[in-house]
Design a protein around this ligand. Structure first.
Ligand SMILES: [Zn+2]
Length: 319
């Protein structure tokens, strides 16, 4: 599939100053307030080409902000992939060996398989285990509205509403190819209090994605009492004071590619609402993929159309 022509408006920040950190794990820093409160973890570069999160964390570090209560950990995840970022081929640095965000089951993490991403995930695992709250910052292939991915648990949707931006909250169970960090351990356990959100901040390299990533991060930290409004205002961007009426998209299924050749019938970008039920979306080795109901929302159609991967997720507005 041809590359859409996106201008690379964002410059990858130098994260070498954050390599040593203070946790014994490279590129992870934990600030302690000395006052009781939750341990909040913000992660960037889960995908190495999604640089808006690195920009948001770099801004937070540079501002010298510290938690008012509890602990705040800041982590750059797939640094090996990020190091290969090249603005001339900006899609190439998503990962080195495999998708870091499909490895988060104990079976995989404890298993015998080796890869650059597994080594990094195993190194980060104690940090993720220790956190009470996680915000994982991502961006998308197409320039659609930002999406908060809350997972399926009600407490995550509640937190997404307390954060208050962006407008769209998507409840989804992830991918057949493997669990995401945001679904790992207590974050995906109905009986735990641990809560995770994943923000898709916009198109990978648009300036706006870094603003959304920063504002969502600040509102997340305010919602949890880690920062005050006065702290956060110093870094605030155009969405910081926004109070949209938030809408919730319930994802009903992921279309996982079964064959060797998958193609969409149109150049879908995401958030299209298709009616009626039975509208043709694509073909998987010739097998027709059709919408299962009226007003079906297409979410994040992928351009990486490989067997076993998610081609697109399908959902509907429930609020
Ligand atoms: Zn991502």
């Amino acid at each position: 599939m041809p590359e859409p022509n996106f201008a690379v408006e964002l410059a990858p920040p130098d994260i070498e100053p954050y390599r040593t950190g203070n946790t014994g794990v490279d590129y992870v820093t934990t600030f302690e307030s000395g006052i009781a409160g939750p341990h909040v973890l913000i992660t960037a570069l889960t995908h190495g080409n999604e640089i808006c999160g690195a920009i948001a964390l770099d801004r937070l570090f540079r501002a010298g902000l510290r938690p008012r209560q509890g602990k705040l950990s800041l982590a750059f995840d797939n640094v090996a992939a990020y190091r290969s970022f090249d603005p001339r081929i900006p899609t190439a640095s998503r990962y080195v060996d495999e998708d870091f965000n499909r490895l988060w089951s104990p079976a995989t993490l404890d298993g015998p398989r080796q890869s650059v991403e597994l080594t990094r995930a195993r190194g980060l695992r104690p940090i993720v285990d220790a956190a009470d709250f996680l915000l994982d910052i991502h961006s998308m292939q197409y320039a659609t509205a930002p999406l908060m991915l809350s997972g399926t648990l009600p407490r995550s949707v509640t937190l997404a509403r307390r954060v208050g931006i962006p407008e769209l909250i998507m409840c989804d169970a992830g991918h057949a190819a493997g669990p995401r960090m945001r679904d790992y351990g207590g974050f995906g356990d109905p009986g735990s209090a641990k809560t995770a959100l994943l923000i898709e901040s916009g198109q990978h390299w648009e300036r706006r994605a870094a603003e959304i990533a920063t504002d969502v991060m600040l509102r997340f930290l305010m919602a949890l009492g880690t920062m005050t409004r006065d702290d956060a205002e110093r870094l605030a961007g155009p969405s910081f004071d926004a109070h949209p009426r938030q809408r919730v998209i319930q994802v009903t299924e992921a279309v996982t590619i079964a064959g060797d050749k998958f193609e969409f019938v149109q150049d879908f970008r995401g958030l299209e609402v298709l009616s009626p039920k039975g509208t043709l979306i694509g073909r998987d080795d010739g097998r027709e993929i059709r919408t299962p109901y009226d007003e079906c929302v297409l979410i994040m159609p992928s351009r990486r159309l490989a067997k076993g991967q998610t081609a697109v997720r399908l959902g509907r507005y429930v609020e």
